[in-house]
Write a protein that binds this ligand. Structure first.
Ligand SMILES: *Cc1c(COP(=O)(O)O)cnc(C)c1O
Length: 514
């Protein structure tokens, strides 16, 4: 921070504000571009600048409001009612035979997923033998990491069912794990890693018979699949047995970050989502979501955008996503040595090396992404995963397609073909060599053997040995080796190193460890 300055005149303080904002803009220069379609994850660009303007103005209007209390700020309740009504219609929850569909606007997909799990756990506790230590959360292994977090936070045991190489789960294998101790089964529409549309109808039907709650995670698909322009297998509240659905406004609802909807079937079950207490000397507390005081900015922005777009606008944007996705899936399928994973549904897909091609023709997806980055395109690298049945899911590269992709489709296609040509035949990184290059610590004994025992200085030492972690240059140019290492190292150690990496990014001063 700068030294405090003398009190300033109004005009001088206006100049000071300009300086501060200039500083902020300068900092933003280092960020990945949020617009223009060159970043194929994290950002969801409608390609319509007027939507960004509308959102910005809506945030400004709501800026001073506290979303904590809709009785003091009724505008918050009005906006939320409208959004829940829109989402409920969109997800066929309007005329639900087995209980009214109600819902909340949350701060994002993770919060929607957390609350779906918390609700199911509390309903389960009310109706089951509570001598069971921790109820199970059952899902295909492709379920979003937010459910790992939910199980961790709320004390459930995560029971993950393996999928095949195309990302498909076997319904019979999943439902064979049903039992009295299962508080929730989660399926995705579609899954994030490979865009698999899970067998919602069959799973929900079986869950309903077994008396198990069934959540459909439509965080990424919720605001685009309803207008996908193709008869998809049913996956929303039209399916009996689906008890809750999450759908992110800050993804294909095109809103700024901080908004998602969680809809639940049945008022009584949804009330378990809430927390209320009067057992303190302060104001009586009642919160439908996890936060207390909260911004209503993203809520207002999402509300304004859905009003502006309406069904017709969403249909147009979805059609654009659809066309670009179809074109890119076809292109990647035709690139020698590369394959699309499974049968993606929705505006996202993953690519893997074509293992049926000769090694010298294969395109490693992580080398591809590294080359794409040099060409100005950011694709998301996903490490491989060995499942509980020993079957390894290949490492892949993920692309999320948005309406803006249409405007860069030709250039993106050329870049993909070129990048594939440039890295074709380069073998995937062999993690064995990298593990040998780690600092002189034993992997199965000593500090690295026990993640808990790995102090932050030691963890930082390991990171430094790998050439990563300084504030200015957190990550290496080539990410493929790092991803290979993430895949190869035991999970607790990798997770400890990731924590250290991120923690040190925001620490004001990196203490010298030497
Ligand atoms: C994005 C996503 C989430 C988590 O949402 P955040 O908004 O990142 O917290 C959960 N599930 C799926 C399928 C997602 O795509």
């Amino acid at each position: 921070m700068n030294e405090p300055t003398e009190p300033t005149e109004p005009t001088e303080s206006a100049e000071r504000s300009d300086e501060i904002l200039a500083e902020l803009r300068a900092l933003r220069q280092a960020d990945a571009p949020t617009h223009g379609g060159h970043v194929l994850s994290y950002v969801y660009d409608s390609g319509l600048p007027e939507l960004d303007e509308l959102a910005a103005e809506a945030i400004r209007i709501m800026q001073p409001v506290n979303g904590l209390d809709p009785t003091t700020f009724p505008s918050v309740a009005a906006l939320e009612r409208d959004l829940v009504a829109f989402a409920r219609r969109m997800l066929h929850g309007e005329s639900s035979a087995d209980g009214e569909v109600v819902g909340s606007v949350t701060s994002g997909g993770t919060e929607s997923c957390l609350l779906a799990v918390k609700t199911a756990r509390d309903v389960w506790r009310e109706t089951h033998d509570t001598s069971v230590d921790s109820p199970r959360l059952l899902a295909p292994v492709t379920v979003h990491a937010a459910f790992h977090k939910a199980a961790h936070y709320f004390g459930l045991e995560l029971d993950l069912v393996p999928v095949d190489a195309g990302g498909r789960v076997d319904t019979a294998e999943l439902t064979s794990r049903f039992g009295d101790d299962v508080a929730l089964v989660v399926v995705s529409a579609p899954s994030y890693p490979y865009a698999t549309l899970d067998p919602v109808v069959d799973v929900a039907a079986a869950a309903s018979v077994a008396g198990i709650a069934c959540h459909v995670d439509a965080c990424i698909g919720g605001w685009v699949l309803p207008w996908w322009g193709e008869e998809l297998p049913a996956w929303d509240f039209a399916v009996p047995g689906v008890t809750s659905i999450s759908a992110d406004l800050h993804k294909f609802g095109y809103g700024p970050k901080g908004a998602s909807v969680l809809l639940q079937r049945g008022r009584d079950r949804q009330r378990h989502q809430y927390f209320a207490t009067k057992r303190w000397p302060g104001y009586p507390v009642v919160n439908p979501t996890m936060l207390g005081s909260k911004s209503a900015g993203a809520l207002a922005a999402a509300w304004a955008i859905t009003r502006r777009l309406g069904d017709g606008g969403f249909a147009e944007l979805s059609a654009s996503c659809r066309q670009s996705t179809d074109a890119l899936v076809q292109l990647v399928g035709e690139i020698d040595g590369l394959r699309v994973v499974g049968s993606p549904v929705g505006p996202l897909f993953a690519v893997a090396a074509d293992e049926t091609a000769q090694p010298e023709r294969r395109v490693d997806p992580h080398h591809l992404a590294d080359r794409m980055r040099q060409l100005g395109w950011l694709l998301q690298q996903q490490p491989g995963l060995v499942q509980s049945n020993g079957v390894r899911l290949a490492h892949t590269t993920h692309l999320t397609i948005t309406p803006v992709t249409e405007s860069v489709l030709a250039r993106l296609s050329v870049a993909l073909v070129q990048a594939a040509d440039d890295v074709r035949g380069v073998p995937a990184v062999d993690p064995a060599g990298l593990l040998g290059a780690l600092p002189p610590v034993e992997l199965d004994s000593g500090p690295l053997g026990s993640a808990e025992a790995l102090g932050s200085a030691e963890a930082a030492g390991v990171l430094a040995g790998l050439g990563i972690g300084s504030a200015e240059d957190a990550l290496p140019e080539q990410m493929a080796p790092l991803l290979a290492l993430i895949e190869a190292l035991p999970a607790p150690i990798t997770e400890r190193l990731l924590i250290e990496l991120l923690a040190r990014l925001v620490e004001p001063e990196v203490p010298s460890t030497g």
